[in-house]
Design a protein around this ligand. Structure first.
Ligand SMILES: NC(=O)c1ccc[n+]([C@@H]2O[C@H](COP(=O)([O-])OP(=O)(O)OC[C@H]3O[C@@H](n4cnc5c(N)ncnc54)[C@H](OP(=O)(O)O)[C@@H]3O)[C@@H](O)[C@H]2O)c1
Length: 422
């Protein structure tokens, strides 16, 4: 029987969830993996009424945990600076580290992996991306024989929950409030709905799939706050739905990284993943496209990811950090402005003759082709919605086109969403 002694730092949602899962599922863990784990010490600056740690030793200073006689520190405090300091101290004390903290891995991953390599310990972070959905080990182990060319998907459960509900007819604000009530969104949801959480995750996945550095160079990040309920109706009429997509793509030695809302075909695999689920499509050379989906947050799902790292560690504790063994490659990061998309435009225009002509001639003057343009039913505000799908053109011209459309006399409002090519 392989066994590990564990020190947990932090005593919030995820830490208590892991503690409970280690106890409640101890038999399943032993049966499935042949491993057993004991939490020897918990670093908690206060008690958590939702979980009784029994006889487990509690230290009020989380930094004292890394001095204890344990094999692995599980960092579950979140945030960046203190977490980085704690992880580096654990590593210098020759402790393995497991973390669910995507922010610290995104910002300081390479520094942490290098330190782990020097000290002969491992740093594992399966739960940092999509919680229990096993994407990290899938990329770094199961797909190791493949050249991966693209990873794309919905990496933020809160955004997917909100967008799926809007697709069913809800407005953004009440859906966000519902997500907060159900525990799917933080009291301050900015990190999720403005796209940062998904961006952190795709940056980490890129580092694993393509060996790119952490942190990555700055890349384009946009959230879901400007999507309207009616966009789903218009998108649906054309066979699309709207998702928040994070994309990492390697082509001709150039890297594409981006996280933003996009229209995707309703017939696609990703379109059918609704609610808080995360889902990804991975393009590989040996086995073609792989799809993986599952819960991307929550106590139990995150516990599953953390315990999978404990099992991995107890099966091969003597090798240094896997990630630090990789040769990092700095590819040229494609300028987002040079990428080419088709665009969905919603225009709210006065209901009077000549409006369509003024829009189409403006697009023609900009050499932007039109795939379709449809005038929808009157809003009842003496304005009509016009839905325009352009031919592909460069992102560089997108903002300018949007501005000039808005400057047309008859146009009162304009918004747009990129269309993801199949
Ligand atoms: N929640 C999820 O579904 C989920 C999923 C995947 C990954 N994660 C990641 O898991 C980590 C933990 O998330 P969580 O949801 O468990 O957060 P949480 O409920 O807020 O718990 C954080 C814990 O860390 C403690 N802590 C924070 N800063 C500290 C400091 N400077 N010194 C000492 N203790 C400190 C907090 O203590 P106080 O209570 O005293 O503030 C609390 O016990 C984060 O990195 C998060 O991104 C979470």
């Amino acid at each position: 029987m392989k066994s590990l002694n564990i020190g947990i730092c932090g005593w919030g949602n995820v830490a208590t969830g892991m503690f409970k899962a280690l106890n409640d599922n101890a038999d399943a863990i032993k049966l499935n993996s042949g491993c057993s784990f004991e939490v020897k010490v918990i670093g908690a600056r206060r008690d958590n009424p939702k979980c009784n740690p029994g006889d487990t030793k509690i230290l009020r200073d989380i930094f004292e945990v890394v001095d204890c006689d344990v094999d692995v520190i599980v960092e579950l405090i979140g945030g960046v600076d203190v977490a980085r300091e704690l992880i580096l101290k654990a590593i210098s004390n020759k402790k393995h580290v497991i973390t669910a903290n995507k922010a610290v891995i995104f910002h300081h991953g390479d520094e942490i992996f290098n330190a782990a390599n020097k000290n002969g310990v491992k740093v594992l972070f399966e739960a940092a991306v999509c919680a229990g959905t096993p994407i990290i080990k899938l990329l770094s182990e199961e797909l190791a024989a493949n050249n991966i060319s693209k990873i794309s998907g919905m990496l933020n459960g809160t955004s997917n929950f909100i967008l799926s509900n809007m697709e069913e007819g809800s407005e953004f604000k009440p859906t966000l409030e519902l997500a907060q009530k159900e525990g799917y969104a933080e009291p301050d949801p900015a990190f999720d709905i403005e796209g940062m959480d998904a961006a952190h995750k795709i940056g980490i996945l890129s580092s694993i799939a393509f060996g790119t550095p952490l942190p990555p160079e700055d890349f384009y990040i946009e959230g879901i706050t400007s999507i309207e309920k009616s966009d789903f109706t218009y998108a649906s009429d054309m066979g699309y739905t709207i998702k928040h997509l994070a994309v990492a793509k390697l082509e001709n030695e150039s890297l594409e990284l981006r996280a933003h809302p996009a229209l995707i075909r309703k017939s696609s695999h990703l379109a059918n993943l609704t609610g808080v689920r995360n889902g990804m499509e991975i393009d590989t050379d040996l086995i073609g496209k792989i799809h993986i989906a599952g819960s991307g947050a929550g106590q139990e799902s995150t516990a599953s990811g953390l315990i999978s790292d404990l099992v991995h560690l107890s099966n091969c504790p003597d090798v240094s950090s896997d990630e630090s063994q990789k040769v990092k490659t700095t590819y040229k990061l494609n300028n987002f402005n040079d990428l080419v998309f088709q665009y969905y435009f919603y225009l709210e225009a006065e209901d009077k003759p000549g409006v369509m002509a003024s829009i189409t001639s403006m697009l023609a003057s900009k050499k932007v082709g039109i795939e379709s343009i449809v005038q929808k039913e009157d809003h009842g505000k003496n304005s009509v919605p016009i839905i325009l799908i352009t031919d592909p053109f460069k992102e560089h011209d997108h903002a300018e086109l949007q501005k000039e459309l808005l400057e047309l006399d008859s146009v009162k409002a304009v918004r747009s969403i990129r269309i993801e090519a199949e």
